[in-house]
Design a protein around this ligand. Structure first.
Ligand code: PGA
Length: 260
């Protein structure tokens, strides 16, 4: 049986507003055709200001637009921040939270990320929650302890909101920070151990919620032969390799052909 796969393109701050609009609209037909696969959820996370226009251009297609971050607050005197309400109103159906670059550059705590999760659920936006260890922890036996610490406040929020989650998809991306942008991947045994644990830990905490576990960190045509093997991985969060849309199309097709 083919499984449901989610593929997310995280364009970070790589492209300007104009480049983003040009590239994505130039590939309108190909993207729409890719997203029409019933076993695939295709989510694009380009620079935020482009989303409102893109959501209009791609209206009535199966593409989902995602913000790359949001404020933990509902509204108020928070200069420079963007609320979940605004994300919803411009057409975001999903939002990345807890990305290692935000944890690192904005000094985000696990509790801040949990509050972001709450506001996304309040506005019925699918959270794409990122967790993962950095280089210092990677070669120790502290990885599971760290992931437990990152996940615990998030699972509390999911438990409190279990009644209202409804159809909204909850994504959990394991992204080891040291594997982002450098063609490195964890070992076979590390991936197997972590996903088996993630599955068990989240199911025990919130048995009534389906959590879609994804992988992120240097996903490309070079690493997919290895990464596509793991049954608990239900999709991928792709940064750099998603920027070239022809390459991205190849990657998506390759993942979908291999699925099943
Ligand atoms: P990468 O980024 O694919 O360029 O490693 C992934 C991510 O940071 O989400």
């Amino acid at each position: 049986m083919k499984k449901q796969i989610t593929i997310i393109a995280n364009w970070k701050m790589y492209t300007s507003f104009t480049q983003t609009l040009t590239q994505l609209t130039n590939h309108f037909d190909r993207l729409v055709s890719l997203a029409s696969n019933k076993k695939l959820t295709l989510i694009l996370a380009p620079t935020l200001p482009a989303i409102q226009e893109l959501a209009m251009i791609f209206k009535n297609t199966n593409l989902t637009w995602a913000a790359q971050d949001c404020s933990e607050h509902l509204a108020g005197a928070y200069t420079g921040q963007i609320s979940a309400e605004t994300l919803k109103s411009i057409g975001c159906g999903a939002c990345v939270i807890g990305h290692s670059e935000c944890r690192k550059y904005h000094g985000e705590s696990d509790e801040t990320i949990a509050r972001k999760l709450q506001v996304l659920l309040d506005f019925d936006i699918s959270p794409i929650i990122c967790i993962g260890e950095d280089k210092e922890i990677a070669n120790t036996n502290e990885i599971i302890a760290l992931l437990t610490k990152q996940l615990t406040p998030l699972l509390k929020v999911l438990t409190l909101n279990r009644q209202k989650i409804n159809e909204r998809r909850i994504y959990l991306a394991y992204e080891p920070a040291w594997a982002i942008g450098n063609n490195k991947t964890p070992s076979h045994i590390q991936i197997e151990t972590i996903y088996a644990w993630l599955h068990q830990f989240t199911q025990k905490a919130v048995p009534e919620i389906t959590i879609h576990c994804l992988y992120g960190g240097s996903v490309s045509m070079q690493t997919l032969d290895f990464l596509k093997k793991f049954p608990h991985i239900n999709g991928f969060l792709i940064g750099k390799a998603s920027l070239d849309l022809q390459e991205f199309e190849k990657i998506v097709k390759y993942i979908m052909v291999e699925n099943g």
